[in-house]
Design a protein around this ligand. Sequence first.
Ligand code: C2E
Ligand code: MG
Ligand code: MG
Ligand code: MG
Length: 275
Amino acid sequence: RAKKQGRNQVCFFEGEMQIQFSQRYQTEIQLRQSLEEGLFELYYQPVVNPHDGHFSGFEALIRWNYEGAVRSPAEFIPVAEESGLILEMGRWVIEHALAQLARWNDRHGHPLRMAINLSAMQLKDVGLTSFIQRHLEVHNIDPYLVDFELTETALLDECSQNVQTIQNLADMGCHIALDDFGTGYSSISYLRKFPIDVVKVDKSLMPGKDQSHKELSLLRGLISMIQSLELDIVIEGIETEEHECLCKEFNVDRAQGFYYYRPLPARDIESRLFR
Ligand code: C2E
Ligand code: MG
Ligand code: MG
Ligand code: MG
């Protein structure tokens, strides 16, 4: 009987998997088409200096305008990664974020920065460096105004091409940021092994309403460690005035969060920030 049940179990999972597989495949087709039809859009979240409230740049965050809804990256980036479509999508992001930065910097008094997220798989793209170089040149952008954000997972795979791409971007003068710091292993070895300039402290480390003394000590310790390594810090997930106060106390001058601005379409950035 056990055997029979085991068999049924297997069949059940196979059925589930088949459905999941075909849903993934559907999504993949929709993503491919959407890329051709121009249904992706970049939203921009301003990066703010907590001390004076001024913004110094943006993070580009992709959105998918599909069937009347704005879909968030969590819904489709994994599929794009699994299918390899992330290479093309990622280049689209780079191209558009850089073009936007150039337009805004033409209008704005002092130079603004742009942060662009990269997937692990994009590091394996041998043509990525020259693609970025070309677009920086086309728009006459100073490379140091651009931050490429990588998560620990991207750094986990230390194959030579990945290391090479990161080194190339750093050699070009772009900044490399370690994203979501504090969520994974947060191995300090990454900070030594790779040419990292910026650490983005993950929003999950921001204390909640019932903040414990431990939480706060952990955050304080992480930040002072990053500062003692002379790396730049961006704190994510600023949602309250208390969070802003912490940034000031830690002497952090780059912060992002709903307290300041949500990620916004380009035209909303222009109407709200470039009045
Ligand atoms: P991330 O790079 O860590 O981006 C920060 C995420 O936190 C964004 O979510 C942003 O909307 C959200 N956020 C900002 N401020 C706050 C806040 O105060 N509170 C809370 N709760 N959340 C806040 P989003 O836009 O949904 O993006 C999720 C993730 O998707 C990003 O995390 C990034 O890993 C990935 N992603 C987004 N755009 C791209 C892209 O163009 N390429 C790649 N490869 N990944 C991307
Ligand atoms: Mg990011
Ligand atoms: Mg992050
Ligand atoms: Mg994240």
